[in-house]
Each structure stands twice: as C-alpha cells, then as structure tokens.
Design a protein around this ligand. Structure first.
Ligand SMILES: Nc1ncnc2c1ncn2[C@@H]1O[C@H](COP(=O)(O)OP(=O)(O)OP(=O)(O)O)[C@@H](O)[C@H]1O
Length: 604
C-alpha cells in the first residue's frame, strides 16, 4: 500500500517536472518548437528507413542467383539508399541548428528566472546555508538543462525506435534471440540508472564543500580582497583551503566512479556471455539445417548493430534520468517562495502621510539565532523631523532599519504607517517610501550618473535633480572633476574607469540615497568616511533640506546627532533613553556620558 502511494507520488512529481520543462520550452516559441520536433522525427524516420533498406538489399543480394544481371537494379537501390542517408544527415544538421537555437533562448530564460528568484528572495534566506546550497544546486544543474532535455528525449526516442526496429527484424528471423537481448539491455540500464542516482546524491551532499572551495577561489581572484591577501600573504593559505576541499570532493567521486567501472565490467562480461550463447545457438540451428546462411549472416550483423543501439539507448535514457534529477534542483530553487510578499488585497501606500511611522513593542530574532536582537522597541519617525538613533556596536541599529523597510518582519509587535499595520500595504510601494544608505553600501561599477540614478529608475533621467542630490551630499565636486564628468566609469574593472576614495564613494552613495523623492530618508552612518567639513556642510540646515521628509540617522559621531530634533538610545536591543539633545544631556544618563566622553577626546 505504502509502496503504491510512494509510486503514485513519484509519478506525480515526474509528471509535474515534465510539465514544467515543456512550459519552459514553450517560451522559445511555437514555430521553433515545431521545427525541433519535425526535424527530429524526420531524422529518426530517415535513419530507420535506411536501416530497413540495408536489410532488404542484403536479403535480395544473398538471394540473387545472378548478381551481374541485376546490377542495374542494385545500383538504383544503392542510389536511393544514399539519398535517404543524405536526407537523414541534412535533417540531423538542421535539427542540431534549431535545437541549439532553442537551447540558447531557453538557457537565457532559465538564467533570468534564477536571477529574478534570487533578487526577490527574502533577505532572511541569506541567513541560511540551505539557501546558498539550493542556489548553488540550481547553478550546478546548469541553465542549459531544460533545452538539453529536448535533445536527450529525442535521443532516447531515436535509439529506442532504432533498437525496436532491429529487434523486430531479428524476431522475424529468430524470435528466441529477443528475450536474451532484452535481458542484456535491462541489466546495463539498471547499472547506469543506479550510478546516475548515486552520483547525483553525492553531488548534492558535496555542495557545501563545493561552496567552500568556490569561496576560497572567489577570495583569491576578486578585487575587494586583493590588498589584504597580498599584505597578509594569504595566497598560500587560501590555496590550501581550496586544494583541501577539492581533494575531498575528488576522492568521493573517485569511489563512485571505481564502483561504477567494476559493475560495468561485470555487466559487460554477462552481456558477452549472453551474446556468445545467442551466436552458438544460431550456429547450432544452422548446422542442424534449421536456419539458412542468410539468416545467420543477417542476425549476426543485426546483433552487432543492436549492441550499438542498445548502448546508445541506455546512455540516452540515463542522461535523461540525470536531467530529471538535476532539473528538480533548478525547479526547487525557482519554487522558493518569499515570505515577505504583498498579501492578497494589499493596499498601495497613502498619497499623504500625516503621522509617519511608528514601531510598537517590536521584538525580533534572526532566523537560527538563540537570542532576540530587538526587545520591545517603540519609536516614531515623523515627517519633517530629523530623528537620530545612537547605540554601541551590535546594539541592533541596522537590524531596526531592516525591519522598518520590511526586509524582515517583526516576531512580535507592530510597525504602523499612519496607524495602519505596514503588512497590509503592497511591499514594493511600501519599500519605495524609503531611501536608505547602509554602512556597507554598494559601489556599482557604472558611471557616476548611473550610480546616483539607480535609486530611482522609475523616472526619466533628470540631470538637474541629480545635480541637486550630488550638491547636497558633496558628490558634485567629486564627479565634476573626473575625466568624463558624471559619465566617468567608477571602477578600474573595465576600460577607462577611475577609482574613488572611500569618502568620495560615500558621498556618491549619499547622493543616491537623497536622489529619489521618497518620504523617509534613512542614513546608517552616512558620514563615517567623510571629512568633518563635508559632514558639517551636509547637516547644516538639514531639516530644511529634508523638505517635509522624515529622516532617521544613525551615527557614532555625536557632533551629527546633536543637530537632531529627537534621539533614541539603543542598548542591547532595547531603547534605554529618548528625548531632545538638551533633555538627554540634562538627564545625565548614557547619552550624556557618551557625549561627555567624545567631547573630552576633542578637548584634550
Ligand atoms: N543576518 C544576521 N543573522 C544573525 N544575527 C545577525 C545578523 N545580522 C546582525 N546580527 C546580529 O544582530 C546584532 C545587531 O546587529 P546590528 O548590525 O543591527 O548592530 P548595529 O547596532 O548596527 O552595530 P554597528 O554599530 O556595529 O553597526 C549583532 O549581535 C549581530 O551579530
């Protein structure tokens, strides 16, 4: 009973997989699909046709009493055979062309689908090794697999038809040979399928080791790590890590390949014994006068052909099985569902925001972490107000921003926009409320102009608006002095690019954050690499620069924080103090101590 249920489930899974493959293939277009199918069927028909013609020619020649007298007939026959053969080759060449054309279209599509899924995945996926394994599995399976499936299915079909035709022809001469050939094919097939599955399972187990090796390779070959790797002379250490992982991977594969080679040798021995038995049986029939010489010659010739077709059939079928296993990895990744998605009936965010955002008793624990990072955090971000957040390293400031922007959802408590739970708004439109600069902002290897405008691709490029943003952040002076001004490529990775300093990059990233006309500006240590003059220029009259937007600024520099309208102090994931600068100083608590300590440092 259980077996039946499991079989049914497996059948449903396989059927579902094939449906998805055909859905993917349909993406390459109806006509290309028909061309692939038509040409492959033509190729198969011509192959079988030429086989039957050879058989018929051999029979006629053996039976002919006077070969010379019938030479004209044979000549025409051979000519026709050549034409069929030629037509088969042309169909094969055109078939290869349309299949590879379909392959390129589908491969690009699958790659795009993987990228789309990766971009839409929750940020929390990046907290789990399982997600990386799944992504690596999909990448290893290869985006070309679905297209490969077409070629392999057709190969199975072709080799099966060829084998079937040969078997039928053999059966007309000597049917007893059939079960023996069948047994040999099944035996080879079982071994191939078994090891295909073993190899696939091993590959899945080895993904973490593969990722470790790839990581070491990535560190050795990527620009951001080049300085430290040279200074600390880490090359030999990383190479050792890489070699170690590769060695473990190789050893595991070698064990399987060795077992496979042994099993294949045994199967080859059994097949040879079976074949010898068949030939001995035919010889016996011939010597007993029960079979003619032509029967003997035809069956031996066809048996040799059947051996080749049988091997092709088994190889094609095990490749197809391999495809099916690997495709499940691609579809497994594509089926990952983001948890933070707009719910059915999600609303767009309101056009006017009156009270802003409110965090109410928010608790949050990272997936897989033992301890919560935020405990009962309550905080307001009001339109037109410069709000500051201070706290020691690891106190949870960046985490709080991630929750505000709905990169994660709280475990307990609520985040409200004008009193409504933000989970009720469409995620995309809610996230567009924010312009954020994170501490680890991205340095895109694009031009200066693109680096700024990336934050708002929904609008037409607007040079004046971009100038306003770069002027506010101080990036205007940086970009204007470059060889091609704003159009200069900000990377040495490609020809004609330049490299900016850390502070210059931060000004560009800051311009990107202020460029969109979003309602809330969130700056996570926006001036950590910027010189004090530029920082003072940025925050001078900051409230009027906000133009009605709400701002949340995280900084360790209290010279910046003192300009804020309202400040929250975070400690070990809890808001421990809040108020204006004067209120917090008067209170003489943690904020006042921090301020006093920093001020002492400057006075010394
Ligand atoms: N993706 C994550 N998974 C698990 N724990 C995390 C993750 N990101 C951060 N943490 C943990 O959450 C805590 C708060 O980190 P967070 O980055 O919010 O601190 P922070 O106040 O911004 O610190 P800093 O001032 O150093 O930037 C830290 O203990 C950190 O180890």
């Amino acid at each position: 009973m259980f077996k039946l249920i499991a079989l049914k489930r497996r059948f449903r899974e396989t059927f579902g997989l094939w449906r998805k493959v055909f859905w993917l293939l349909s993406y390459s277009g109806k006509w290309l699909g028909f061309a692939v199918l038509g040409l492959t069927l033509a190729e198969i028909a011509f192959s079988i046709g030429s086989l039957l013609m050879i058989k018929s020619l051999a029979e006629t020649m053996i039976a002919a009493e006077d070969l010379r007298a019938q030479s004209d007939t044979f000549l025409w026959y051979i000519l026709l055979l050549l034409l069929v053969f030629l037509a088969g080759r042309i169909a094969a060449a055109l078939g290869n062309y349309v299949r590879s054309k379909q392959g390129y279209v589908v491969t690009d599509y699958v790659n795009r689908a993987i990228q789309e899924r990766a971009v839409k995945a929750d940020l929390s996926f990046y907290d789990s090794a399982e997600y990386y394994d799944s992504l690596q599995g999909a990448r290893q399976a290869g985006a070309g697999r679905p297209a490969q499936v077409v070629a392999n299915t057709l190969n199975v079909l072709r080799s099966m038809l060829m084998l079937g035709s040969i078997m039928i022809v053999i059966a007309t001469v000597e049917w007893l040979v059939l079960p023996i050939c069948f047994a040999a094919v099944v035996l080879i097939l079982v071994v191939q399928i078994y090891f295909t599955r073993e190899r696939f399972q091993l590959q899945r187990q080895l993904v973490p080791k593969e990722r470790r090796a790839l990581y070491a390779d990535f560190l050795m070959t990527s620009e951001p790590y080049a300085k430290e790797i040279r200074l600390w002379d880490l090359g030999s250490y990383l190479r050792k890590v890489y070699i170690q992982q590769r060695k473990l991977i190789r050893e595991d594969y070698n064990v399987i390949e060795w077992r496979k080679a042994l099993s294949e040798s045994c199967v080859a021995l059994i097949s040879a014994l079976l074949l010898s038995t068949v030939i001995a049986y035919l010889l016996y029939r011939f010597s007993a006068g029960a079979a003619t010489l032509s029967d003997l010659v035809i069956v031996v010739l066809l048996l040799l052909r059947a051996e080749l077709s049988g091997r092709n059939f088994v190889a094609a079928l095990s490749r197809l099985y391999d495809d099916q296993l690997y495709l499940s990895q691609i579809f497994g990744f594509l089926d990952l569902k983001a948890r933070i998605e707009s719910s059915a009936g999600a609303l767009p965010v309101p056009t006017h925001i009156w009270n802003g955002i409110q965090m109410k008793d928010v608790c949050f624990t990272y997936p897989g972490a033992d301890e919560p990072t935020l405990h009962d955090v309550s905080l307001d971000i009001k339109p037109g107000r410069f709000t500051a957040l201070v706290g020691g390293n690891g106190s949870g400031k960046t985490t709080l921003i991630k929750l505000l922007c709905r990169l994660y959802d709280p475990e307990k408590g609520q985040i409200l926009l004008d009193g409504a739970d933000v989970r009720g708004f469409a995620t995309k439109s809610y996230r567009r409320l924010f312009s954020v600069i994170f501490q680890d902002f991205v340095q895109f290897a694009f031009s200066g102009a693109v680096n700024v405008q990336l934050a708002d691709l929904g609008h037409k490029p607007d040079f004046d608006r971009m100038r306003k943003a770069t002027k506010l952040s101080g990036a205007d002076e940086v970009l204007e002095e470059l060889p091609q001004g704003y159009d200069t490529l900000l990377s040495r990775m490609f020809d004609g690019g330049v490299e900016l300093s850390g502070g210059q990059w931060q000004k560009v990233a800051l311009a990107r954050a202020v460029f969109p006309e979003s309602r809330f500006l969130i700056l996570d240590e926006p001036t950590s690499a910027i010189d004090p003059n530029a920082e003072a220029a940025l925050f001078e009259g900051f409230r009027s620069k906000l133009g009605g937007r709400g701002a949340l600024v995280i900084s360790h520099r209290l010279s910046t924080i003192r300009m804020a309208d309202y400040t929250y102090v975070l400690d070990k994931g809890r808001i421990v103090e809040e108020g204006t600068h004067d209120e917090l100083i008067a209170r003489g608590g943690r904020y006042a101590q921090m301020f006093e300590r920093q001020g002492r440092g400057y006075r010394r």
